[in-house]
Design a protein around this ligand. Structure first.
Ligand code: HEC
Length: 125
C-alpha cells in the first residue's frame, strides 16, 4: 500500500499528462513556444502561423467550441496530443511546464474566433 501511495505522489508531481493548475500556466509564453515549435506544421490564427502539415487547429476545434466544450477539456486534449502524437507529429516536442503552457494557450484561442463568427451571440471566452 505504501509503495502505491508514494507512486501516485511522484506521478502527480512530475508534470505528466493531465490538466495543469490554471494559475501555474503562462499563455503568452505558450504562444511563443507554439509559434516556434508547432507553427511550422499547424495553422492557428491567433499565433499567426500557417503550417499545412498538420490540421488547422482553428478548424479542428471550432465544432467542439460550438457545442460548448470547456477550455479545460481542450487543454487536456492538446496536452495529451503532445505526449501521444502519431507520426508525422513527433512526440514530446515540449515537456513539463513548456508543454502545459502551450496546451493552455491553444485551449484558450483555437477555434474561438471562428466559433464567434458562426454563432455571434456566444460570449467571449
Ligand atoms: C512535423 C509537423 C508537426 C509538428 C511540429 C507539430 N504537429 Fe501537431 N500534428 C501534426 C500532424 C500531421 C497531425 C495529425 C496526425 C495526428 O492526429 O497525430 C497533428 C495533430 C495535432 C493535434 C490534433 C488535432 C486534431 O485534429 O485533433 C494537435 C492538438 C496538435 N497536433 C498540436 C500540436 C502542438 C501543440 C505542437 C507543438 C508542440 C504540434 N502539434 C507540433 C503535425 C505536427
Amino acid at each position: 500500500m505504501m509503495v502505491v501511495a508514494l507512486g501516485a505522489v511522484v506521478l502527480s508531481g512530475c508534470g505528466g499528462t493531465g490538466v495543469p493548475n490554471a494559475a501555474s500556466v503562462d499563455t503568452s509564453k505558450g504562444k511563443q513556444l507554439f509559434t516556434a515549435t508547432c507553427g511550422s506544421c499547424h495553422t492557428l490564427a491567433d499565433a499567426g502561423t500557417t503550417g499545412k502539415i498538420g490540421p488547422d487547429l482553428d478548424s479542428a476545434y471550432v465544432g467542439d467550441r460550438l457545442i460548448g466544450m470547456k477550455d479545460s477539456s481542450f487543454e487536456a486534449l492538446v496536452r495529451q496530443q503532445i505526449d501521444l502524437a502519431d507520426p508525422p507529429m513527433p512526440r514530446h516536442l515540449l515537456k513539463g511546464q513548456d508543454a502545459d503552457d502551450v496546451a493552455a494557450y491553444v485551449a484558450k484561442v483555437a477555434g474561438v474566433k471562428l466559433a464567434q463568427q458562426y454563432n455571434p451571440g456566444s460570449s467571449p471566452p
